[in-house]
Design a protein around this ligand. Sequence first.
Ligand code: 5GP
Length: 234
Amino acid sequence: MEKREAIYEGKAKIIYTTDDPDLVIQYFKDDATAFNAEKKGTIKEKGIINNEISEVLFRLLEKEGVPTHLEKRLNEREMLVRRLDIIPVEVVMRNVIAGSLAKRFGMEEGGSLSIPVLEHYYKSDPLGDPMINLFHIRALQLATDSEMQEVEKLSFRVNEVLRNFFDERDLILVDFKLEFGRHHGKILLGDEICPDTCRLWEKGSLEKLDKDRFRRDLGKVEEAYQEVARRVVG
Ligand code: 5GP
């Protein structure tokens, strides 16, 4: 497998082409941003940890019937993945009231939701990922109805599998963000699943073990990522 040129550099990852047009390399950086890149920093070894955690979670999801872009983890910071035509819609799944949901409804963080809530956001850095609904997705032709039905079905399945997985490790899966893409006509789960993209609270103490420690200057950021890795990767 030959690594070729960088075709995309995001806030936390770089994507490189390879000699196989169907495969790209996802490189995990230590860079961290928040509030639409207004806050910038680095979290030591975050890239290594997120690569490892994502591999474990993608493998688990594949086993549980969710097709993902993972081919294999190559080394500490690189993962070989199937090349996707990314659907520009971020899916957020929520089990517990937190973050922007708490803010929007003026509610305390930590309240439970009677059912998981699925939200859609338009993936756009310049616009700061505004919330959208299925009518916007249809009108702007971001994805077809049948693609969005598949995305919804897979997102609920991901939530079910990951909630149980984290629960067994004494972590509450509060909420998380997913991205999907097309690969030879099939919808695959892409991006990464890690403490950058999930809210994870310790059962009992409700201590935050995710990127909110960086966003909210709570300290012990690296320690939180390492603790999640310890529980997920072992
Ligand atoms: P909220 O809408 O409350 O800010 O975020 C909900 C969940 O989705 C959180 O777990 C958050 O980490 C994740 N999330 C939403 N948008 C993004 C994003 O652009 N980048 C990352 N890393 N996570 C996001």
